[in-house]
Design a protein around this ligand. Structure first.
Ligand code: SAM
Length: 155
């Protein structure tokens, strides 16, 4: 199954929204620390509501820890970034891909972008800077699940 990964998220409500998305679709969410807020059930409840108890998530102390785990698991990293040239809708996803979302304030550093196996961009109107991180994650996760038959087990 496709996973989501959040690189050092800044805004608790966005993280809660993505945890709720993961809970509803049966998708694992990796939280890469440090977060810009205290990561606790209390702080993310506004976005996650009572779905938090159903959320599948795992925390990584650092990007290095996450990257070591990902490489040992042989999982491909697909970075969502406005700087990519390839469209997220012209990409072939694999069922075990991990979709990495950047932080709200600054995306990901170049060193992290260099680790990505593929980089994808959601096309937008000219002069628009970016989408909300939870909206971007939802759009690409939907496409990746559609391509990999990830909705089949859901009712
Ligand atoms: C608010 S944006 C970050 C904006 C940040 N100033 C930057 O330069 O990356 C938060 C995250 O949402 C995702 N995102 C937002 N719009 C996107 C788009 N059009 N295509 C791909 N990813 C997008 C990216 O993962 C991005 O790092």
């Amino acid at each position: 199954m496709i996973d989501l990964a959040l690189y050092q998220p800044d805004i608790a409500q966005n993280t809660g929204t993505l945890l709720r998305l993961g809970a509803c679709l049966g998708v694992m969410v990796h939280i890469i620390h440090p977060t810009g807020f205290q990561f606790s059930p209390r702080s993310i409840r506004r976005g996650a509501l009572d779905y938090l108890e159903h959320a599948l998530f795992t925390e990584h102390d650092s990007y290095a820890h996450f990257d070591a785990w990902r490489r040992s698991a042989g999982r491909r990293l697909a970075l969502l970034t406005t700087k990519a040239s390839g469209s997220a809708y012209a990409t072939s996803y694999r069922p075990d891909d991990i979709l990495l979302l950047g932080r709200e304030s600054a995306g990901v550093p170049d060193s992290v972008a260099d680790d990505a196996d593929l980089k994808v961009r959601i096309p937008m109107r000219q002069d628009m800077r970016s989408l909300n991180v939870a909206v971007a994650g939802s759009l690409v996760l939907g496409e990746a699940l559609r391509q990999t038959n990830g909705f089949a087990a859901l009712s």
